[in-house]
Write a protein that binds this ligand. Structure first.
Ligand code: COA
Length: 260
């Protein structure tokens, strides 16, 4: 695909997707969403990429939301369709067979917050402001925000954020568990890269199934979840990665995983 609103950078083992509309604070219009969808597929199928980082271009914003110019034109049926379409793209992040880390370098509002919520882990710069201001525009979050936020920070805090529409700063986001780590702005990408590189030393097949198992944990009951865990555990026993990981330990060397 010929990307116009997204930058794709692969520096193995990390692949970075940057939403690149800084003059509009990286707002998600239809073109960005279509490109994001393709970029996620590309990262998923590129074996050199073990961990994906998602961030926004410029100094100010991760993503300041869905494009309000486009939202303003929606009608009931098109609104429903756009919401479902966006949700499916964010599901791709959860279903991607490798970890996805959000590097929140500034405003993560509305659809930007929802994008970060769909990522597996969120690192934020001290300058980040995160929230779901949709009610201030007379709408509600439409890319899964009402559902994922409560799963991450609990129902009470999710209600507070969704009903008020007020953003939180990075320190508060960390306090309530909305982000995993906060760094000085200048250190964000370096910190994310270092962490991603650490993940990339882990068994790729194990990462894939560990992610899938944790994803399912809040959707199914404990007994079914544990059964799924046992299946994945057993599946990994048939992989070359498992043999390599255990042999490397016994031979006192670092494992060289192939993702097989
Ligand atoms: N959709 C479309 N355009 C957006 C946008 C969005 N969600 N967020 C920012 N922009 C555009 C602005 O319209 C402006 O464009 P212009 O220069 O052509 O006028 C540009 O990005 C810069 O934004 P600006 O508002 O001038 O920056 P600011 O520093 O004064 O304020 C924000 C930053 C994030 C507080 C403010 O842009 C904002 O409130 N954005 C909307 C956030 C939102 O409600 N998101 C949820 C949508 S459902």
């Amino acid at each position: 695909m010929d990307y116009k609103n997204i930058l794709l950078h692969v520096e193995a083992p990390v692949g970075t997707i940057t939403v690149n509309r800084p003059d509009k604070l990286n707002a998600l219009n239809a073109a960005v969403m279509a490109e994001l969808s393709c970029a996620l597929d590309e990262m998923d199928s590129n074996d050199a990429v073990r961990v994906v980082v998602l961030t926004g271009a410029g100094e100010k914003a991760f993503v300041a939301g869905a494009d309000i110019g486009e939202l303003a034109k929606m009608q009931p049926f098109s609104g429903r369709k756009d919401s479902s379409y966006g949700q499916e793209i964010l599901f791709k992040i959860e279903q991607l067979g490798k970890p996805v880390v959000a590097a929140i370098n500034g405003y993560a509002l509305g659809g930007g917050c929802e994008l970060a919520l769909a990522c597996d882990v969120r690192f934020a710069s001290e300058k980040a402001k995160i929230g779901l201001p949709e009610v201030t525009l007379g709408i509600i979050p439409g890319y899964g925000g009402t559902q994922r936020l409560s799963r991450i920070v609990g129902k009470g805090r999710a209600m507070e954020l969704v009903l008020s529409g007020d953003p939180v700063d990075a320190a508060e986001a960390y306090r309530i568990g909305l982000v995993n780590k906060v760094t000085p702005a200048a250190d964000l990408m370096k910190t994310v890269r270092e962490w991603a590189e650490r993940l990339a030393t882990r068994g790729p097949m194990a990462l894939r199934l560990a992610k899938a198992a944790v994803q399912k944990s809040l959707e199914i009951d404990l007994r079914d979840g544990c059964e799924l865990e046992s299946s994945y555990f057993g599946m990994l026993a048939g992989t070359a990665d498992m043999r390599e990981g255990m042999t490397a330990f016994l031979e006192k060397r670092k494992p060289a995983y192939k993702g097989q």
